[in-house]
Design a protein around this ligand. Structure first.
Ligand code: DSN
Length: 458
């Protein structure tokens, strides 16, 4: 088929897919198509995002959404669950095999409810928990003061050093001093390999539960490019939509080590999900998780995971070569943190967005500003790698990012919240017509067209 025919064919397939919405709700149809176009024509570098397969999409759009199934396979509160039981069991068995664990719960609505349920299962209100500080790349649900996990429990955060690595000496002292009930290891913005074994040793010394939140690196663990926490942690949580490339959902797993520490742990986690914190599971998502886990248990997926890291390292090298400064000077996973100057993250995020490169502003170690106006941007390669891009493309992307960062190097936020908001709004208007930005956007679009979001992936 020639290119024009191929494009027409693709357009027809897309039209058919949303035909019902188009006729019943044209307004929404238009918005879905807008988002579809945005995803097609831009480079998605937010490291927690990815592109699911058509099979995952089909599972999510299936009739399974019609069913209520409170409870677990074989023990539901409602009738009519004979098919759902089999679907959930399939997802559970696939998770157990892939992550080498004896127990998995696939019902958490996402990562945050999964993490809260683990706290409910293991801790009593007032117990001490420890997690990486939010500004150092930790997650809200690892005890941040505004999260329920920071309100209900006595949360003691630990930190990273200037080079982005967990400050191990300080962590050891904190653990010895506070003897936490639960320690989180995991992050949303950490560019090094997690030292599961090292942290487990100290956690074991004080009898703490070690919970590995592998939301960001689940796909890398499966691919063998990040060590598995399974031998070291008692519990593992993950989202299913990041490097794992599944639907938006969550999972909680108990390891052999966890089951030895408390043979009732799996039951406690089940109870913490329902009735503890959730209602009926989202069966269409459970099916999507089952599909994603099957896709992940293939040589092709493992190759993908390796390529994600290789691409991230190539992108990091290109950024450094072009004078940008990275937290930790490199990456050991799928994620890169670029230091862009005090409070300047939002400026760079806006400029890159206009150039068709989607990233998010992010805090950096020892953040000199605030989380709303942080001093870094966070990039990752899961999505562009799914599109088939490789090292050659990472070099181009690195060049464009450096060009845009350089373009806005003299822009500085004024003091005061409303002045900052006004400044960013005006900056966006000004940059919308910038010739250099428009030129990069054109080049980005051309690259995206060479690596389309294929039928197999959307
Ligand atoms: N929002 C996720 C991320 O971007 O890493 C964490 O929950």
């Amino acid at each position: 088929m020639n290119t024009v025919k191929k494009q027409k064919n693709k357009a027809n397939v897309l039209r058919q897919r949303y035909a019902a919405i188009k006729s019943s709700d044209p307004e929404l149809y238009y918005l879905i198509r807008c988002e579809q176009k945005r995803q097609s024509d831009t480079l998605e570098l937010i490291p927690s995002e990815n592109i699911v397969s058509k099979a995952v999409l089909e599972a999510m759009g299936s009739v399974l959404t019609n069913k209520y199934s409170e409870g677990y396979p074989g023990a539901r509160y409602y009738g009519g669950n004979e098919c759902i039981d089999k679907i959930e069991t399939l997802a559970i068995e696939r998770a157990k095999k892939l992550f080498d664990v004896p127990y998995a719960n696939v019902q958490p609505y996402s990562g945050s409810p999964a993490n809260f349920a683990v706290c409910l299962a293991i801790c009593n209100p007032g117990d001490t928990i420890m997690g990486l500080h939010l500004f150092d790349g930790g997650h809200l649900t690892h005890g941040w003061k505004k999260s329920v996990t920071g309100k209900l429990y006595n949360s003691i955060p630990y930190h990273v050093k200037e080079n982005g690595e967990i400050d191990f000496t300080s962590l050891r002292n904190l653990i010895t001093k506070h003897k936490p009930r639960l320690i989180w290891v995991g992050a949303t913005a950490y560019t090094k390999a997690f030292p599961f074994k090292k942290i487990a040793k100290i956690a074991d010394e004080v009898g703490a539960y070690l919970v590995a939140d592998i939301a960001h690196i689940a796909g890398l663990v499966i691919s063998g490019v990040h060590e598995s926490p399974s031998p070291y942690a008692h519990v593992i949580t993950t989202t299913t939509h990041k490097t794992l490339r599944g639907p938006r959902g969550g999972m909680i797993m108990v390891t052999d080590k966890g089951a030895r520490k408390d043979p009732e742990l799996a039951n406690k986690i089940n109870a913490a999900i329902i009735p503890g914190s959730q209602g009926g599971p989202h069966n269409h998502i459970t099916a999507g998780i089952a599909v994603a886990l099957k896709e992940a248990d293939t040589p092709a997926f493992r190759k993908y995971g390796k390529k994600v890291v290789k691409n991230a390292q190539a992108l990091a090298s290109e950024l450094i070569k072009r004078g940008l400064s990275l937290v930790g000077d490199c990456t050991e996973n799928h994620l890169i943190l670029v230091k862009v100057g005090k409070g300047r993250g939002p400026i760079v995020e806006i400029a890159l967005d206009l150039a068709g490169i989607t990233v998010n502003k992010n805090t950096i170690p020892n953040e000199p500003s605030t989380p709303f106006y942080p001093s870094g941007i966070r990039l990752g390669t899961p999505s562009v790698t799914t599109r088939g891009m490789g090292v050659t493309e990472m070099k181009k992307i690195g060049k464009w990012i450096a060009q845009i960062v350089n373009l806005v190097r003299d822009e500085k936020l004024p003091p005061g919240k409303s002045a900052k908001e006004k400044f960013l709004k005006n900056l966006k208007t000004k940059l919308e017509t910038d010739t250099e930005i428009k030129q990069v956007r054109r080049q980005v679009k051309e690259l995206c067209q060479k690596f389309p979001i294929r039928e197999t992936f959307i």
